[in-house]
Ligand binder design. Structure first.
Ligand code: TMP
Length: 213
């Protein structure tokens, strides 16, 4: 059977993940592959409730960083077992809009929770299911900030963080990518969507050669 393949997209708000995910889906589908797109937090009934609680519940004004970490981890633990593993076993391409690196960066590096605790909880949640490839769409905190503001819609809890928070997020991703070059690749998200798409596809072809056969 064709092997399943797990790709995660990471990056700050406004970096263009959604556009690139749709373009990647189209590329894979043109090859006859089944593509499943899942988002975090969310992707399951439990996960979507957690997403709503984390992002769109105005009464949630005093969530502690520790509770936030555990809620993201709970959503992920459910997603891995309910969706990701069965889809990979069925030979599908699974594309994740955020995964474990978001927790390391947002809760660990940007919120400042102890990294060893963050890693231990994340490892427990994913239980060994790691992406084959992680694409980090990198852009300056200022540019990301401007893109968020330009949407004109009401900002959620995370989007309302100060600019310094987004800079920590960016630096966090760059740091992780240096530590894990076999899995993580940084792409300049300030390029045109076409240029980013072409680079992503080249990487996928190089790294997932077995998939094309
Ligand atoms: P998104 O819809 O832009 O992906 O929003 C998800 C938000 O949640 C985004 O601000 C990043 C944040 N987040 C974390 O802080 N930790 C996590 O583990 C995940 C998956 C997301």
């Amino acid at each position: 059977m064709t092997p399943g393949f797990l790709i995660s997209f990471e990056g700050s708000e406004g970096c263009g993940k959604s556009t690139q995910i749709q373009r990647l889906r189209a590329r894979f589908e043109a090859l006859g592959r089944t593509v499943e797109i899942l988002r975090e937090p969310g992707g399951t009934v439990v996960g979507e409730h957690i997403r709503h609680l984390l992002q769109h519940t105005p009464e949630v004004t005093n969530l502690t960083p520790e509770a936030e970490l555990l809620l993201f981890a709970a959503s992920r633990a459910q997603l891995v077992r309910e969706k990701i593993r069965p889809m990979l076993e069925a030979g599908h391409v699974v594309v994740l809009d955020r995964f474990l690196d978001s927790t390391t960066v947002y809760q660990g590096i940007a919120r400042g929770l102890p990294l060893e605790s963050v890693y231990a909880i994340t490892r427990f949640a994913v239980g060994g299911t790691l992406p084959h490839l992680t694409l980090v769409l990198d852009m300056s905190a200022e540019a990301a900030w401007q893109r968020i503001q330009a949407t004109g819609r009401e900002l959620d809890r995370m989007e309302s963080q100060p600019l310094e928070f987004f800079d920590k997020v960016r630096q966090g991703y760059l740091h992780l990518a240096v530590e894990q070059p076999d899995r993580m690749v940084v792409l300049d998200a300030a390029q045109t969507p076409e240029a980013v798409e072409a680079q992503i596809w080249k990487l996928v072809e190089e790294r997932c050669h077995a998939l094309q056969s």
